[in-house]
Design a protein around this ligand. Structure first.
Ligand SMILES: [Zn+2]
Length: 337
């Protein structure tokens, strides 16, 4: 066995594997990058070579253009790739479409970089699979005991109830363009809502891609100004990225009801600051109990915590006799919380 640090260690550019000479989710352009998922804080353009799942590569091409890297190679879940003698395998992370954990193994030492992940059911992506390893690298976006995410179906029920109570008002939902928006739409459909859903233009290609990949989103229409004249937005569901609600785009809706779908909506003050009338606590990250359950299930000798509220999780590991350390990685800003 080699020391885990010799297999993978944090650098200012991201997690680096010196034996394989590659980075995982580098935050600056590098020669060789392995990418866990398509959120912009993990998947950046400009790398020489990228290894990722087919769906992550497709999502990067949609977001950055076909020339987002020099060359690329797709990794199927469970398949083995050898990079300079280091064995690499991708496993589902349950975070967004195409999201993966990356298993890295050499000379008897196995490290799993989980990227961003969650354990709750999500019909829009493959479910997280625990992979036994020596070192489990986890995020801690919601790594405090106060964070418990409710059942997302109950959150969506609040939206459906509001649509009945306020049939004249446009229900504007802020949701991140990759993952959260499609999950919210999918949940709304599963809740029995069949009317067209209006989407911001920036989400169209990603929604089309999810549909191509077999995720049922029902009828989606672009939220254009012509619809305002026809009154189509009255009582309609409209989804856009959170940033869109501060700009001109949002002025086309009359008497809008402001909604935001995010794990952060657990924190009332955040909802208030954003002027959110109906907060929906729907997260694509683990809550505190899920983080602990996952660590118990994976059973690593060591846990490294990448970003988020690292200290509480490190402390919990130590109290549970699991060696743990914070990596203090910078540049990961929860694009898809
Ligand atoms: Zn993410």
């Amino acid at each position: 066995m080699i020391k885990p640090d010799l297999l993978l260690h944090p650098t200012p550019g991201g997690l680096y594997c010196p034996l394989g000479d590659f980075y995982v989710d580098p935050v600056r352009p590098v020669d060789r990058a392995l990418i866990t998922h398509g959120h912009s804080d993990h998947a950046r353009s400009g790398h020489g070579h990228v290894l990722a799942t087919r769906q992550t590569l497709d999502i990067m091409a949609i977001r950055y253009g076909e020339d987002f890297c020099g060359t690329s190679q797709s990794a199927d879940f469970g398949d083995t790739t050898s990079i300079n003698g280091v064995t690499v395998r991708f496993h589902p992370a349950g975070h967004v479409l195409g999201s993966a954990q990356i298993e890295i193994e050499a000379q008897g030492t196995r490290i799993v970089v989980s990227g961003d992940y969650k354990r709750g059911a999500d019909p829009t992506c493959a479910s997280f699979e625990p992979v036994p390893c020596d070192v489990f690298i986890t995020e801690a976006t919601f790594g405090l005991p106060v964070f418990h995410h409710p059942d997302p179906r109950l959150e969506i029920q609040k939206l459906l109830t509001s649509l009945q109570q306020f049939p004249e008002r446009s229900h504007l939902i802020g949701a991140y363009a990759l993952g959260k928006a499609q999950r919210v739409i999918s949940l709304i459909r599963r809740g029995g809502y069949e009317k067209p859903i209006y989407i911001h233009g920036s989400m169209a290609r990603l929604c089309d891609y999810y549909t191509e990949q077999g995720v049922e989103l029902g009828e989606l229409r672009p939220a254009t100004t012509e619809d305002k004249k026809s009154g189509a937005f009255k009582g309609a569901v409209v989804i856009g990225p959170p940033s869109a609600f501060n700009d001109r785009w949002a002025r086309r809706f009359e008497d809008p009801l402001a909604i935001f779908a995010s794990g952060w909506m657990m924190v009332r003050q955040r909802a208030k600051q954003r002027g959110v009338e109906l907060p929906l606590v729907i997260s694509d990250h683990c809550d505190w109990p899920e983080l602990l359950d996952t660590i118990r299930e994976v059973g690593p000798q060591e846990v490294w915590v990448t970003h988020g509220r690292e200290e509480a999780l490190v402390r919990w590991c130590e109290l549970s006799s699991i060696k743990a350390r914070p990596l203090h990685l910078v540049g990961y800003e929860d694009e898809g919380d």
